[in-house]
Design a binder for this molecule. Sequence first.
Ligand code: ZN
Length: 324
Amino acid sequence: MSRLRNTARLAMVATVVALGGLVTTATPAAAATCDGYVGLTFDDGPTGSTSALLSVLTQHGVRATMFNTGQNAQNNRSAAQAQVAARMWVGNHSWNHAHMTSMSQAQMQSDLSQANSAIQSATGVRPQLFRPPYGETNGTLQSVASSLGLRQVIWDVDSQDWNGASVSAIVSAAGRLQNGQVILMHDGIANTRSAIPQIMANLTSRNLCPGMISPSTGRAVAPDGGSTPPPGGGTCSASTSTPNVWGDRYNTSVTVSGATNWTVVAAVTAPQRIVTTWNGTASLDSTGTVLTMRSNGSGGTFGFTTMFNGNSGGRAQIRSCTSG
Ligand SMILES: [Zn+2]
């Protein structure tokens, strides 16, 4: 959350400048927020190495999309559950990784349905995304996927991790990702796990953040997706109050009930912009209007400061409260 702190620090510097007439030069690199999102995807799990992968991802605060085969989900149910518990998104990667374009329409239907059922049975989450094995697809497969509520997602960047790419080659591939794009990686490859810290350092340096893949567009978007709560969690409730209002900004205090570990998504209306938060682990979307706050052991109350920027009438709204 250094990004948010940096943003807040800069906002304070800007206030000092405005009030005191001081001349301060802000370093542009320190002004990092999420200027865009990329989709990190890991195919072919869950496997015996899924827990190692999830460990690296969660250590770096990364949420990613796991394209599971139905057969692996059925055979590794606890690993599939761990994916969702680690707040990953789970997609359908066929039943057992066959070359699907040589199948009949009925076979495609049966394969994807069976995979959906196995993944939903193991994780409690019905997939909304489908990645065809080998990226091989055709119009029939796309329409079958669509009829099952699955959005097809290929990739923009291939890490080549399946082809023996080195850690530096995988990091370099991720360095080509642009806002909205998706990279292909795999569960079960040691070089891929080793590359994640450097991948994150590279993305952070370019103000890109890991996001979810939108089931409507297939592009990477903010993790909250606008209104979709994280998968796998229960609900909780969050209420707001406005303890402080100044000429240029206001504070919102949020009290969460019904969960100890929670994620709350709150939003303000532009041109308002959230600039500072406290008592939680925060991530802000690129516009500064959508805050995703996670509990960090400080209890059930958190807060944030919002600049009016000309809209002094609006107040923050709670979009979702998710437990777990
Ligand atoms: Zn695959």
